[in-house]
Write a new protein. Structure first.
Length: 418
């Protein structure tokens, strides 16, 4: 005679497996997701639910361009609380569109508690018939984890880092190349103090075999209830730190990315501790590729990626998101918009002076070359770029010896961020 448990197991085998991908802001979740989607090893197709904390989506734009065969749903807000019902709706919409897909991957915002997300698959009867929770994968930033783990929170507010590690079935200890072995051991010990059972995989740039994360049948409801007896209580609330907010900026047009880098450098120097995450996809004047950047506190990485090119039919636009504590949204918006491309002061053939460790006279020979407003041929025969259209870098040629040279505030503009 067939038991109820056996029937339930058989039903589970026909359900579409779901992987929850979580981790604090900037840990490397989207990098991991792109790695999984682009891997030729597994031969699987996934439906993606991308959760963005800000009002403007950045990650989903990048994911769409690296995984054309995937189906992507985007939810703005935090799916563990404010837009929790949207997750159920999205999964139900996906139900009729997932034929031929091998699984669903949900990437949560970095401020999400994964428990309410996981709960969705046990309290909604309709979803239980079509989906099964395969595992919760948590990405940990080895460089910043201890800082966020020990962060003092307001009374009644959960520490998201703790919740994300506690409910993990697999933990990726990422960015191990940015810290020494002693720090790795400290992080490892802290993780084991929260979750003693999950496998911990050391990674750099979120590189890991997808087979270690997908179709692992690792989530256990009994284990979740043992850790949190209120796991299935749908009335429980997840309270965020209200001082942590996002600022989203989106507009049609182009930016001077050199000027933006300089502004971001100042922002890092002044507010890095409270600047948890910043990222963007930019249209840069004179460049066919999109400039994709991301940052965490003092760490910044950005480049023109040949995989992401502006098509002729595509509107050139800029999307930026900042997440942090006590953000000055008006100042952030002004800082970005000050970098928006406008009418240049000089034209080809104009005599100018360029700030190249001293003021050197030259002639403008090209506009918007490699993302720079000016290419200048100096009177000594060499050439240089004028990265920003201000007197700090390029000025009208003066009579005689001209004004005394003064170093730029940001140092040599040709130094690329690390």
């Amino acid at each position: 005679m067939e038991t109820a448990t056996k029937r339930q197991q058989q039903a589970q085998q026909t359900c579409l497996p779901v992987t929850i991908l979580t981790g604090f802001l900037g840990a490397g979740k989207t990098t991991l997701l792109n790695h999984i989607l682009s891997s030729p090893d597994h031969g699987m197709r996934f439906a993606i639910i991308e959760n963005e904390f800000g009002e403007v989506g950045v990650d989903e734009k990048v994911i769409k361009e690296t995984s054309e065969e995937q189906f992507i749903e985007v939810i703005n807000g935090c799916i563990c609380c404010t837009v929790r019902g949207d997750l159920s709706k999205a999964l139900k919409r996906l139900r009729d569109k997932t034929s031929g897909f091998d699984g669903v991957i949900i990437e949560t915002t970095g401020l999400a508690d994964p428990a309410p997300v996981a709960q969705t698959f046990f309290v909604d009867e309709e979803l239980r018939r079509y989906y099964k929770l395969d595992g919760i994968i948590t990405v940990v930033d080895a460089k910043h984890f201890l800082e966020h783990l020990h962060e003092e929170k307001p009374e009644g507010v959960e520490n998201e880092c703790v919740e994300q590690v506690a409910f993990a079935d697999r933990i990726l200890l990422n960015k191990c190349d940015l810290v020494d072995e002693e720090t790795i051991e400290q992080v490892y010990k802290a993780i084991r103090g929260i979750n003693s059972n999950a496998d911990i995989i050391r990674t750099q740039h979120s590189q890991v075999e997808p087979s270690k994360l997908i179709n692992i049948d690792a989530f256990s409801l009994d284990k979740a209830l043992e850790m949190d007896p209120e796991f299935l209580n749908t009335e429980s609330e997840h309270q965020h730190d209200l001082t942590v907010t996002s600022a989203s900026i989106r507009f049609e047009g182009e930016l001077n990315h050199q000027q933006l880098r300089m502004w971001l450098s100042e922002l890092q120097q002044n507010t890095a501790k409270d600047l948890f995450r910043y990222k963007g996809v930019l249209a840069v004047k004179g460049m066919p590729e999109k400039f994709v950047f991301q940052g965490v506190h003092m760490l910044f990485n950005g480049s023109f990626d040949p995989r992401f090119r502006w098509s002729r039919k595509e509107v050139r636009e800029c999307r930026l998101v900042f997440i942090g504590r006590n953000l000055d949204k008006k100042a952030l918006e002004k800082g970005v918009m000050d970098c928006k491309v406008g009418v240049l002061r000089f034209k080809v053939g104009d005599a100018v002076e360029a700030n190249c460790e001293e003021w050197i006279q030259g002639t403008v020979i090209k506009l918007w070359d490699e993302g720079n407003p000016y290419r200048i041929r100096l009177h000594n025969g060499e050439e240089c770029f004028g990265p920003v259209d201000t007197d700090e870098f390029v000025r009208k040629s003066a009579v005689g010896s001209g004004m005394a040279w003064q170093p730029t505030q940001h140092g040599p503009w040709w130094e690329q961020p690390g």
